[in-house]
Design a protein around this ligand. Structure first.
Ligand code: ADP
Ligand code: MG
Length: 459
């Protein structure tokens, strides 16, 4: 095999891995996928080698469709996948049968796309989505959009912090519409992919095909739109805006997910911002502990694993903010049970998930940390921020701190009020809204909040 061919093979698997990392749990990725190598690809069949037979069986049983989809998307055509295992160390007796006889394969016809659109994840459906207070409004809006695409809730703009279900909910809309309207052209694309393919379109003189492709969709699901503003500036924003307008004006449904509400996005184009705000804007908040238990229950059931309730409660208590991390911890526990063949004790469980709970708590500052960071940045005494004084600088620092407490911690308005010298919840809400308004009007405030958020959430 020539050097060039070797590089291409490696690239295919590297790119597929990047995509797979987003689809599977951290435990599966770190434990099995990363140590799996691509042995050969003849243009239709990819042969992969897992590190051992356990890993091969695990991937076969749970992730073959995902692997197939990712590889097909990267290869730009539907491929078949054969999974083999490296010989287990130490070699078992009798020696394992030749891998090819054990290999199973799987074929899938894929709506892969040369313009950056990717297939929907089959797991991200409404049935798999747990509805609770933290997401009730967004869920209701999503269901409504799925029932009557392109009608009243257009565009639907979903925003939240990372790992709280934006992609899941947005793809659930796609699945539901496809089920009801099999001929509808439902396209899911990350804003990053959209921009990258736009750039290659300009470079390769295929921009017309790119535009035509996106302007004939019926339901456009655009994920992580904050990238549009971040990556390439005005050109990508313009391209996005034109596609958006074409679809919107012809009554096509647009759903957008973002890590920030429209008013906090760094967009150059004010018309785009106001268009984004014209439909429904719905946020997803952190689930409370009962909801986290319900989510874990559902995920464990989907994996075919039954865990005692006290274990689910312990995991839910330790991991507070990010559902993706919650799921990663659960998968690690499931993998442990598969490997050891028994349910761990509670203290073993604590140890198993320690990494995950540390990772989340690092990113969740306390009220005290927030107040100190704000005091330090704005040059006022943190204790005065919490106290009764009313000087202008202190009042401003207090509002900023309150805003960040609401954004970055799970405390209720009333609890935040308690921290801030027994102020009531309407005062807290007023402070929050005040800063939220200024964010939209004054770029200095936007940068200030951004800077504080970044430093407070850095691990
Ligand atoms: P985001 O796009 O906001 O970063 P995702 O949609 O990728 O988050 O969700 C992260 C993980 O959490 C996914 O595996 C998703 O299935 C799961 N998840 C999020 N919200 C829910 C929910 N309400 N019910 C069940 N699973 C959820
Ligand atoms: Mg997402």
């Amino acid at each position: 095999m020539s050097d060039a061919a070797t590089t291409t093979l490696k690239d295919i698997w590297t790119l597929a891995l990047r995509d797979l990392q987003r689809r599977v749990s951290a435990a599966t990725y770190e434990g099995f996928l990363r140590q799996t190598t691509l042995v050969s690809y003849d243009g239709s069949t990819v042969v992969l080698r897992a590190p051992n037979s356990f890993a091969r069986d695990w991937l076969l049983r749970r992730h073959l469709p995902d692997i197939c989809e990712s590889l097909s998307a990267v290869a730009g055509r539907p491929v078949e996948v054969e999974l083999t295992a490296a010989v287990d160390q130490p070699a078992p007796i009798p020696p394992p049968a030749p891998s090819s006889s054990e290999a199973l394969s799987y074929r899938i016809g894929l709506p892969y796309d040369e313009f950056g659109a990717t297939p929907l994840n089959p797991k991200y459906t409404f049935e798999h989505f747990v509805v609770a207070d933290c997401n009730r409004f967004a869920h209701a809006a999503a269901v409504q959009v799925a029932k009557a695409p392109g009608r009243s809730y257009n565009p639907l703009f979903i925003h939240s912090k990372v790992g709280l279900g934006k992609t899941h909910l947005m793809q659930a809309i796609g699945h539901a519409i496809r089920a009801r309207f099999p001929h509808a052209e439902v396209v899911y694309v990350s804003a990053e992919n959209f921009v990258n393919h736009m750039i290659s379109g300009i470079r390769d003189n295929t921009i017309d095909a790119f535009r035509a492709r996106y302007r004939r969709v019926d339901v456009w699901l655009v994920d992580d739109i904050q990238f549009i503003a971040a990556i390439e500036g005005p050109a990508s924003e313009e391209e996005f805006f034109h596609t958006f307008n074409t679809l919107y004006q012809t009554g096509k449904q647009v759903v957008i997910a973002s890590d920030a509400p429209p008013r906090a996005l760094r967009l150059m184009n004010e018309r785009l911002r106001s268009r984004l705000e014209m439909g429904i804007v719905a946020d997803l908040r952190c689930p409370d502990v009962e909801t986290r238990v319900a989510i874990l229950e559902k995920k464990a059931a989907a994996e075919g694993v039954e865990l005692p309730r006290e274990m689910l409660e312990l995991i839910a208590k330790r991991i507070e903010s990010n559902i993706r991390v919650l799921e990663g911890a659960l998968m690690k526990v499931c993998a442990h049970i598969s490997l050891s063949g028994r349910i761990p004790s509670l203290s073993e469980l604590e140890e198993l998930i320690a990494d995950y709970s540390a990772a989340t708590s690092d990113r969740r500052p306390s009220v005290r940390e927030i107040v100190e960071a704000v005091g330090h940045r704005l040059g006022v005494d943190p204790d005065d921020i919490l106290g009764p004084k009313r000087q202008k600088e202190l009042a401003w620092a207090r509002q900023v701190a309150i805003y960040l407490c609401r954004e970055l911690t799970d405390n209720s308005l009333a609890a935040i009020g308690q921290f801030f010298g027994g102020r009531d919840h309407s005062t807290v809400l007023h402070s929050y809204n005040k800063v939220a308004e200024l964010l939209a009007e004054d770029q200095r405030v936007l940068f200030l909040i951004n800077e504080l958020k970044t430093s407070l959430t850095a691990a």
